[in-house]
Design a protein around this ligand. Structure first.
Ligand SMILES: C[S@@+](CC[C@H](N)C(=O)[O-])C[C@H]1O[C@@H](n2cnc3c(N)ncnc32)[C@H](O)[C@@H]1O
Length: 449
């Protein structure tokens, strides 16, 4: 409950928050794992839970005190989605928790919580709202999506395609590894995993990916400490390929942390050449360096700072940025609406304004990074979003305003199985994929000689 309340206040979910709560509550590893499952589950299904609870309550769930909302959602999630907690235990625990909060709440809400959760236990599963009369409400409730986003997708793509996106946003993502080819091969890692009874299959698009059949603690997998793999979604594994980096080149990763794509670039460069990895948050660059040590990457130099400030007037004398780059990756900060299944909290704190805000940053970052590219060099822009404002329209406008840059098709740089994800303009979009990949966009531009 504390973790959920913290998310409501700060809008952030991450290991730091789980660590803080588990040390304050002295949770052991099993209890911590259960807390993470509860928190993620409640956030993933929040709109569906609120709808089910709302059918049984004479008060609107979102008008109740936040603490009562949170307790009800936690209880309802356990009743509707978890088998391993007995129903009576879930209800009793929720009622006790509410009693303990009576002083904070100014009155005792435990009778109300008890009545609503017991009604949920007794009531048969209701029919989903009718999509014919209001597709936005129907999809928002069924797939636990914010109505503004469903409305946006329905308007742009029609209800049928919007439903595919909504469904993808609520599913639990698979655990996918990228084989670190500096250390091993896909077949060798597959054999190591099989020997440890870990079921995995080669990914069908990325040629260096393995999808595990079940989620597990990554650090317990064979080869983790030895840096034989990096945990990374299959769509993310396709982006570095689009730069066509070569050993000996000089590359810039303009927004590098935690280093997934930068360490992949190093592997593609066979650890020869130079990668400058910039990130605005220096503590996140520590993560990049830790990943480099584990994966055996030797050619990466970190550079902390806001790229917009770093590429200032004194660029010509900057020790790391003054020499132009052969290749640049701009994996831009974005709304993250393509990875909601990984970050379910994002559904409830992002707004249409998040898209506009990120767009402003993306436009600025693209303008400054492009100045660092050598004539004939290649820049790849990517984002884990499928909103046009953050994706193709950024590249359309950039190329219109900068005639020395031409958009190139990414098709030659993808493995054959990736070709269905090439858009008519020649960009990469995993928006409609049946491979359980994140929803990513990438475009490639070249600077004229
Ligand atoms: C999408 S993440 C990058 C993920 C990374 N490329 C990877 O594959 O692991 C975006 C990163 O951009 C950084 N960032 C945001 N604004 C920035 C700026 N103005 N200059 C440099 N880095 C920035 C964020 O701190 C964040 O780490």
């Amino acid at each position: 409950m504390r973790a959920l309340l913290a998310i409501d206040t700060a809008g952030m979910l991450g290991d730091d928050l789980f660590d803080q709560v588990s040390s304050r509550e002295a949770l052991d590893l099993r209890d911590r794992a259960f807390m993470v499952e509860l928190v993620r589950g409640v956030l993933r299904y929040r709109a569906t839970l609120d709808w089910r609870l709302g059918l049984l309550s004479d008060r609107r769930i979102t008008k109740l005190p936040t603490l009562v909302q949170t307790i009800l959602r936690l209880g309802a999630y356990q009743l509707l989605y978890l088998d391993r907690v007995p129903d009576s235990a879930a209800v009793n625990e929720s009622v006790q928790m509410t009693k303990q909060q009576s002083r904070r709440l100014g009155r005792d809400w435990s009778g109300f919580v008890n009545a609503v959760l017991r009604a949920l236990l007794r009531s048969p599963e209701p029919a989903w709202p009718d999509a014919g009369s209001d597709p936005v409400v129907a999809l928002a409730v069924r797939y636990s999506c914010p109505a503004w986003l469903v409305e946006r997708w329905c308007r742009r793509l029609g209800a049928e395609r919007a439903e595919v996106l909504c469904r993808a946003s609520v599913e639990a993502p698979p655990l996918t590894l990228r084989v670190n080819t500096l250390r091993t091969s896909r077949s060798a890692l597959l054999a190591d995993l099989a020997a440890a009874q870990v079921e995995a299959n080669p990914t069908s698009v990325s040629e260096v990916g393995l999808q595990l059949s079940r989620s597990c603690a990554v650090i317990d997998l064979p080869g983790y400490a030895e840096g034989r793999f990096y945990v990374e979604d299959e769509a993310g594994q396709l982006i570095p390929l689009l730069l066509d980096v070569q050993p000996g080149q000089r590359a810039l990763d303009a927004c590098a942390a935690p280093g997934g794509k930068a360490t992949h670039l190093a592997a593609l460069m066979e650890n020869q050449g130079e990668i400058v990895a910039v990130d605005r948050v220096s503590s996140r660059l520590d993560l990049v360096m830790a990943n480099c040590r584990r994966l055996g990457v030797k050619i990466l130099t970190p550079l902390a700072g806001d790229l917009r400030a770093l590429v200032g007037a004194e660029i010509a004398s900057h020790p790391m940025l003054s020499r132009p780059f052969d290749r640049i990756l701009l994996d831009a900060p974005c709304s993250g609406l393509g990875v909601l299944r990984r970050h379910p909290e994002g559904k409830w704190y992002k707004t249409p304004e998040s898209i506009a805000q990120h767009r402003r940053m993306q436009v600025e970052l693209l303008a400054v990074t492009s100045r660092l590219l050598r004539p004939g060099g290649v820049l790849v822009y990517s984002a884990c979003s499928i909103e046009p404002e953050e994706t193709e329209s950024i590249i359309d406008e950039f190329c219109q305003a900068h005639h020395q840059f031409q958009r190139e098709s990414i098709a030659p740089w993808l493995p054959p199985a990736g070709l269905p994800f090439v858009t008519p303009r020649g960009d990469l979009s995993t928006m409609a994929n049946s491979k359980r990949m994140d929803l990513f966009f990438a475009a490639r531009v070249r600077r004229s000689e």
